[in-house]
Design a protein around this ligand. Sequence first.
Ligand code: ATP
Length: 353
Amino acid sequence: MISVDVKKRLGAFQLDTQFEAPNGVTAIFGRSGSGKTSVVNAVAGLLRPDAGRITIAGTALFDQASKTYLAPQQRRIGYVFQDARLFPHMTVMRNLGYGGTHDAARVIEVLGLEQLLDRMPARLSGGERQRVALGRALMSDPQLLLMDEPLAALDAPRKAEILPFFERLRDEVQVPILYVSHDVSEVARLATTLVIMEKGRVTTSGPVGTVLSRPETVPLVGPRAAGAVIETKVAGRLLDDGLTELAFSGGRIMLPGLLGVLGQTVRIRIPAQDVILAKHRPADLSALNVLPVTITQVAQGKGPGVAVGLRAGEDQLLARVTRRSALRMELAVGQQIYAIIKATAVGPEDIGT
Ligand SMILES: Nc1ncnc2c1ncn2[C@@H]1O[C@H](COP(=O)(O)OP(=O)(O)OP(=O)(O)O)[C@@H](O)[C@H]1O
């Protein structure tokens, strides 16, 4: 558990941030200038707060009350930046060795670096460079990894290539990660916990599935990015149709493509704008996924949209409809209706393991 409480004045900007990060990946999400990098720098020891306390597993890295302030090198923290910052004159192996010697074989295996060890950084793709930077950070046996927009400089195909390695890292290496991002798909795939910042403060935080499916989150992440995240299991593969059937507490969802193996856990993001609502179970519909749901919340935004919170089994979904439709359908909390999700609404970038 990492506990962060930092106050810092930076010119006209006031950072006043408190949150707790359990093990796993804690994503810090927010618009440009909301204070994400400043928080991460405070945890790294690169920015000295005016007040507060930062602890990892109960040990203080900074504590204003007891005047504790550990230097960056005393904190056992690995930091991965947007640009990999490798030494250009050293091979991948020597770059890794520069980080430390901790469990080299395992780090190389988890990040798939075997084939790259003799290469010079100039001959690596952007995604490969980031994997090496991550490996170098892990070799120092950190008690925490800080990642500040590690994928921001990569194009979509490179991102898609590297994300599975981040997922493996999250699931197999027991190092907590603070992950700064402003990409909701990335956050939905990787994060366990989500902290949303605005103007130096935490607006909301909690388990990623819970936070992203709350109607209140829509204005914070933007209407197009809003959407629920649910964990499913592969229940069937329809080879002839090229579809995968995923089971979750609220029923079954079919998605295009053959995803994973039977029984495998697959995490999907269902964008709120791609969920259609119907009061009665529709017949003769091209959409494959019709789920019975209960309305938990109807939240009016500032614009013409209404965010509708839905319970499907034990999971939460989110729909965004126009105010006009919400009024016409007389949507109200407690109603049992149907959510319709087009199989193609969930893009490849929204599917993780
Ligand atoms: N040393 C400083 N002096 C004055 N203002 C600063 C200083 N450092 C940061 N700021 C201001 O503090 C605010 C938060 O900056 P920060 O870099 O933490 O935001 P961010 O959320 O990481 O943004 P981005 O996503 O663009 O990287 C910004 O308004 C920035 O201009």
